[in-house]
Design a protein around this ligand. Sequence first.
Ligand code: 5GP
Ligand code: MN
Length: 356
Amino acid sequence: MKELLQHAQHIVILTHMAPDGDAMGSALALYNRLNVPEAQLNAAEPQCKRAESASVSVIVPNAFPAFFNWMPGAERVHVYEKESAVCDDILAAADLFLCTDFNDPKRIGPVGEKMLANPCPKILIDHHLMDEGAKGLVDEGFWTEVHSHPEASSACEIVYKVLTSERLTSERLTEEVATCIYTGLMTDTGNFSYNSTRAELYDIIAALLRAGVQKDAIYNAVFNQYSEHRVRLTGYALYRKMRIYPEHHLALITLSADELEQYHYQVGDTEGLVNMPLQISDVYYSVFMREERAKPGTPKSRIRISFRSQGDRPVNIWAHEVFHGGGHANASGGELFGTIGQAVRLFEQTYKKYLK
Ligand code: 5GP
Ligand code: MN
């Protein structure tokens, strides 16, 4: 990676669709790290350094929530859905891809197709389990270098290790880089309430705090800057739209496109909603379905489905086999093209088979 970074002229950082804090954090940590002015680097250390003439770009497939606008470098992120022509040029000119927080080019839609069409070196930094397709890519040498650690809390944790490993650099992280890394650690662990029991994680947090991270301010920027509509939408979803299936300790929330519009839905407004039914003592599984209206020229709306569970109760096989998705054992996603009614019927026909 160190050598590839030194020789590349057009470095392009990619992360997954519907970017979350870990996607934004891991991509922007690399972006900011590669843009640290020479003067701030410790000359005695071997550097994670790009060529001075090199450009660094970040492309995300679609819009990220406004509550990440404050992140250092967020204003320079290219959103493929909004500026495809510019992004196509950047993707075609790339001579090094850094891919974070996903392992399957399918998870980045049209951006993945453009990446596949460009034969330059590609580095993967990720913490998701690999399905057969993703493993196949590794086996056939698609990635020049792979940092894949499903045991890690987040892609940001791996970015931290990559950036501070001896082979790259051991100089102090800048506050910007540390802030991006902290954001991914915080959001991917639900503010350190899951996937966060390893002591090493807190060693990393301590190092980030020493680099200047304002952790309480980051929490406030991400979790306490919602619109009134969003909070009322959450209330409506829990009060009127949550169904419980007591024998299976299962909860389901659905929100149609009409309902979302009624509450002036913005990207990110339902982030975290799927976790809320797990607050009920007898609920161990939670599913949330959100309707996205059909795009012009396509007949069916898309139902985006999130799955969560607690403990030794995997939901990823259900998400994979029934809803064309996958993910972690306790946090998965999938989709269905059709109506909410069809998605609920499929859900009701299959949950007994997949849940304990
Ligand atoms: P979310 O419910 O937050 O959209 O997704 C939760 C997790 O499920 C993500 O972190 C990701 O690991 C996984 N996931 C979501 N959608 C998909 C999908 O379509 N395919 C796969 N393989 N994983 C997904
Ligand atoms: Mn992640």
